[in-house]
Ligand binder design. Sequence first.
Ligand SMILES: Nc1ncnc2c1ncn2[C@@H]1O[C@H](COP(=O)(O)OP(=O)(O)OP(=O)(O)O)[C@@H](O)[C@H]1O
Length: 376
Amino acid sequence: MFITDLSVNGFKNLKNIEIKPHEKINIFCGKNAQGKTNLIEAIWLCSGARSFRSTKDRRMIGDDEQVMEICLSFKNNFREQDIRYAMAKPNIKEKSVSLNGVKLKAPSKLFGGLNCVIFTPEDLELSKGSPDNRRQFADLSVSQIKNSYSAVTEKYEKLIDQRNTLLKNISYGRSRREELEMWDIQLAQMGAYISLLRFNYTRKLCAIAKNLYSEISGGSEELDIDYYSTVYDTASLGAASVYTGELTERYLNVLKNNIDDDIRAGFTQKGVHRDDLICRINGSPVREDASQGQHRSVALIMKLSQAYILHEEIDDHPVILLDDVLSELDPSRQKFVISKIHDMQVFITCCDMNIPFDEKQHGKIFNIEKGQIKKK
Ligand SMILES: Nc1ncnc2c1ncn2[C@@H]1O[C@H](COP(=O)(O)OP(=O)(O)OP(=O)(O)O)[C@@H](O)[C@H]1O
């Protein structure tokens, strides 16, 4: 798929942006703090995901603006579609989002339309940083291929907060233990579902990442990625190809057996909110043992694999957003990434033109200055 038209006005510092992107390579070039990443973020929001920069709603509309509007048209294998994403002060919680003129209940309902994969400098810490980052990576990846999934994870997060409050109240004698049961049944249903989907996704990820990593390491290193569950052993998740009541029951038993410890700790210690993706190179855990270069390669390969899985699932290429990332890579990794995405539409931000693309043959450059496209 590819974006055919993009207009942005009033989003952060962006003003009167109107572009017709190239089908393949698009470069947003400009000095620091001009609005290049803001433009990438505007595209990303149209995919249905939350801001990759965790921008608060109140910061989405430009300081001197009352309204922000992003309009984007894209073509997939079947047809052209239009997305509109708008907000107005003072009701910043009310986002007006529509697909092909039909109003949607929430931005997350856009999932499954415009499929994007984003690489940011923070992603280069994926294998090194906290498990939270890898869980978010897995959840976003599954949401892109399973529309209903993000609603389940959002509900699960709320339930965990409520259960943790209840655990504290029980330890202060303000609530009764029996009240946990109501939360635990719901948590077990959602937790079992999330565990299974993440586990199945990780298996696909591992298969693709293994091949790509072998290529980037010149065949000298083998990468494995496994889902680590705090509730199930790998064999039981591997045996359950579909969501079953038995999985829920086991999850519930783990919650029940851990209640005393949870009350003492004041939070829920086992569950999908504590799981992780474990990466290993030649059997050694990446998080503890890998060099800086290996971390970068693993992170790149995980993101590329995400794009490949999306391609397989939707039978179409996702749009690739590379924000400030190429300049962080050495020339051989730059070349590797580019060789793997050359048939997809790509948006790249950079401060100088020192990137290995032949713009004259393959794409367009948009110069960005003070939130506007500078006419040449
Ligand atoms: N709500 C807002 N209203 C107006 N301007 C904003 C708002 N939020 C952010 N900005 C401005 O956007 C600019 C940053 O834009 P962006 O992050 O896209 O920069 P960039 O061109 O990608 O820079 P770099 O190359 O340093 O990453 C800053 O000047 C910042 O003040």
